[in-house]
Design a protein around this ligand. Structure first.
Ligand SMILES: Cc1ncc(COP(=O)(O)OP(=O)(O)O)c(N)n1
Ligand SMILES: Cc1ncsc1CCOP(=O)(O)O
Ligand SMILES: [Mg+2]
Length: 522
């Protein structure tokens, strides 16, 4: 693991060994994951889910099968374990050939199978290990009994980079520790962390009586509660395998751990939402569609991992203000994020291209390590060059349909709109959100027409996209903005309220608190 919780780097010579096997000059390394798990004949979970999510996230996935299950949407009818020697043959075969970035484990149903895995991981060290301690199927069938608990605790967990138990699995690993609240999930995450994994994600999907699905992430120092609204659907078979494999895929592409976890959670939420009404099989646990990102309808075709709730406290940077207060962009961003900023836009109106790019790269590192998206203002070329999470463009910048075709389906695109017509066009052109304002007069952007709270409301009502309000917003008036009656108004974007201030951290915290209180009051 590197300092951001990403994965270890390859030895300096890996590229030359790979290059020696090809006749072409340039070698393109494809991110690679190995899944070591059980086969699900219904293809909703297990190896089949792992292969699908990795393919959907642009990562190659090889598979070592530990057990073959006869299962469908009604449950598990039968399980056949493969002989440990043959599992070892599979492991040797692929580990001696491929250069996996990440190994992900799922169903490891016997001590002997864990032993052969450990032996092979010691013969062929890998860069990162994601352990999904699969024990019971969604339908309640035991897939790995209590006999595996001690080898998990003593030998597998200590070498894992992250473990992803649900509450039942966390409880089993902790000798039956009762987990019924988020506070108990936190205690469980802490105790599991003491067993050796570098990161722990306790999944709260099965927690009784909660309207949100809350997962608790612990890095040994800090907890993060990752919340998303529950999606009413029967099609949840394979969510655990998908989440863990998506984490593995994102790590393989170079993400930090927190960022990988956030992307994976969002991927699962989006897949569940997209597939909530599909009918496959006659049972109670249907599979979902991992390829929602490839669908034909332009509005549903984007494999977007954008979460509109991220617009809650949108920090837009300003280099003149940083100069005035004598702080670096990196320090300003760190403070804003620590104070609660949920998305960042790098708005650089003065820098030369080279300087802007260097700045963007430094900011990307900070944002990725905190799992916060970074968008670039105006400059599509800079966004492409630094692989930012997206861009924000205005009505006189590059047209949105062209931006979408240049950036592809995954990137976030925001568009400034002052009128219902512009909002409709932004949606048609494939934007993800609208920035609407100036709501109040501002000194930050010259000659900017103020639309007021009424203008904002009119845009929100016409918009099929989520909206963030901008312009002259600060602690004193953020409440009045959030209280306009518009469910798609997701937050406020601010420049001077954070960055033209003595202490960015204090202002961010105060504004975050104000926004939370006004949201509660709605
Ligand atoms: C979130 C958000 N909303 C609106 C804007 C303004 O964009 P634009 O109209 O292109 O003006 P400039 O920022 O480029 O001056 C924004 N940047 N962010
Ligand atoms: C970029 C932008 N677009 C519309 S208003 C504005 C400036 C917002 O700055 P501030 O939050 O300091 O009023
Ligand atoms: Mg612009």
């Amino acid at each position: 693991m590197n300092s951001l919780g990403g994965i270890r780097s390859w030895p300096a010579n890996w590229r030359s060994t790979t290059a020696s096997m090809t006749t072409t000059e340039s070698v393109r390394k494809v991110p690679q994951v190995l899944t070591v798990a059980g086969s699900d004949s219904g293809a909703g979970a297990g190896i089949q889910a792992d292969l699908k999510v990795c393919a959907a996230r642009g990562v190659y996935c090889a598979s070592v099968i530990t057990a073959v299950t006869a299962q469908n949407t009604r449950g598990v009818q039968s399980v056949h374990l493969l002989p440990p020697e043959f599992i070892s043959e599979q492991l040797k075969s692929v580990l001696s050939d491929f250069e996996f970035d990440v190994v992900k484990t799922g169903m490891l149903p016997s001590t002997e199978i864990v032993e052969v895995l450990l032996q092979n991981l010691s013969d062929f060290p890998v860069r990162a290990l994601v352990v999904d301690p699969v024990m019971v199927s969604t339908s309640g069938h035991v897939l790995a009994g209590s006999s595996i608990l001690s080898i998990f605790r003593e030998r597998l967990l200590p070498i894992a980079d992250i473990i992803t138990p649900n509450v039942k699995e966390a409880s089993a690993l902790l000798d039956g520790f009762r987990i019924e609240t988020v506070a108990e999930m936190r205690s469980a995450a802490k105790s599991l962390h003491e067993m050796g994994p570098r990161f722990v994600l306790v999944k709260g999907g099965d927690l009784p009586d909660s309207s949100d699905s809350v997962d608790v992430y612990f890095d040994g120092k800090e907890f993060h509660e990752l919340r998303s609204p529950r999606i009413a659907t029967r099609n949840t078979h394979g969510t655990g395998c998908t989440l863990a494999s998506c984490i593995a895929a994102e790590l393989a592409k170079g993400s930090s751990m927190l960022s990988a976890v956030k992307v994976a959670k969002r991927f699962v939420d989006n897949a569940l939402d997209y597939s909530k009404d599909i009918v496959i099989g006659s049972g109670m646990q249907g599979p979902f569609d991992h390829f929602f990102g490839l669908k034909k309808d332009p509005q549903s075709s984007r494999c977007s991992i954008f979460n509109p709730d991220d617009l809650f406290l949108y920090a837009v940077t300003d280099s003149r203000m940083n100069k005035k207060w004598n702080r670096s962009i990196v320090d300003a961003l760190k403070a804003a994020i620590e104070g609660g900023a949920t998305i960042i836009q790098l708005r650089e109106k003065e820098a030369e291209t080279r300087e802007f790019l260097e700045e963007a790269k430094a900011c990307i590192d900070i944002c990725r390590s905190h799992g916060v998206s970074l968008l670039i203002n105006d400059r599509i070329d800079i966004a492409l060059a630094c692989d930012a999470d997206g861009v924000h463009v205005g009505q006189s910048d590059m047209p949105v349909d062209l931006v979408r075709s240049l950036l592809g389906p995954d990137k976030i695109i925001g568009v400034s709109c002052k009128t219902p017509e512009q909002a409709h066009q932004a949606w048609k052109d494939g934007a993800d959100y609208i920035g609407s304002g100036g709501v109040f007069p501002t000194n930050t952007k010259a000659n900017n027409r103020t639309i007021g709270l009424d203008g904002l409301k009119e845009v929100c009502e016409a918009s099929k996209l989520p909206v963030v309000a901008i312009g002259g917003i600060g602690i004193s008036n953020a409440g009045s903005v959030m209280q306009i009656d518009a469910p798609n108004l997701k937050g406020v974007a601010v420049v001077s309220a954070l960055f033209d201030q003595d202490c960015v951290l204090t202002q961010a915290k105060k504004l975050h608190k104000t926004l939370k209180e006004s949201k509660r009051g709605i």
